[in-house]
Design a protein around this ligand. Sequence first.
Ligand SMILES: [Zn+2]
Length: 353
Amino acid sequence: MMKRILMIAVVAALPACATGTAEPGASAGNVPAPTGDVRTGTAAQMAAGTITAAEMREHVAYLASDALRGRDTPSPGLDSAAAYLAREFARLGLQGGVEGGSFIQQYPLRPRNRMAPNVVAVFPGADPTLRNEYVVLSAHMDHVGVGRPVRGDSIYNGADDDASGTSALLEVAEAFASMPQRPARSILFLAVSGEEKGLLGSAYFSDHPTVPISSIVANVNMDMIGRNTRDTVAVIGKDYSSLGEVVQRVAAENRALIGLVAGDDIWPRERFFTRSDHFNFARKEIPAIFFFAGPHEDYHEPSDEVERLDVDKAARVTRLIFLTTHAVATDPQRPQWTAAGLREVRRVTGGGR
Ligand SMILES: [Zn+2]
């Protein structure tokens, strides 16, 4: 999640409460089930059961380790994160999404003598026609690197921001790869960099997509999915398109697997819709939603470490993301903006393409 600098620099001196650490509204009576084995259900529900807290912890522990030194853009630690993701996607049998079969899309930074990576992996769909359409799942693998020490710790690990979402991409890929049948549409997994420097990697990808931009039917973005109340995740932008109804239905039909309420954006003054990578897909008028478990006291601090993450919650958010993506990828209809949603998106993105 990028700091509120670029988009809203003109809004000076906000009251302190606007940057508080409020949590999504807790709802009573919805006790989440822990993420364990799933032995019965539909094929998609069985696949969702492969997404576990233990595996989430393993991925986050590596990505947010001190060895990667906060994954600044550009840096050797960021390159290590990209290499890890490419290796894992390859191990799961996914295809490199960049021309020539590579998993790495390099893009230029300013000044132009440095490059930074995005990781692009494709899980091909099964339908002869719909496989040429893509659901893009995105998360940012970069964070803010090494900085001002706090209590002797200068490494900004970014476990929640956004090793959690990046790990979710791997777990969703594994769930799809475990299924006996592929969905109709293809899934494109996109781990971007440069998010913390102004959504750079997703801006580059959306301007230089590796598949035709018109073939991207939806973007599902995840950034900071492992903190705050156990039973709620905010789904930012859910009222703007038909994607919101899909999330609500999936959450309601899979309470035992997921145990989460798809919550509203309760921080409108923070303008979170403009502050992560789905923004660049919305800018292209591609229906987009953003899974976000909310801000907290370790946001952009060296203390955003794996030990503070609720990996069980992160795994259940990831199950919700997987089942939502599966539903979108198998629905003959493309997701659609609502009329009011598209008006609002055009307003906040400055008018689209
Ligand atoms: Zn951030």
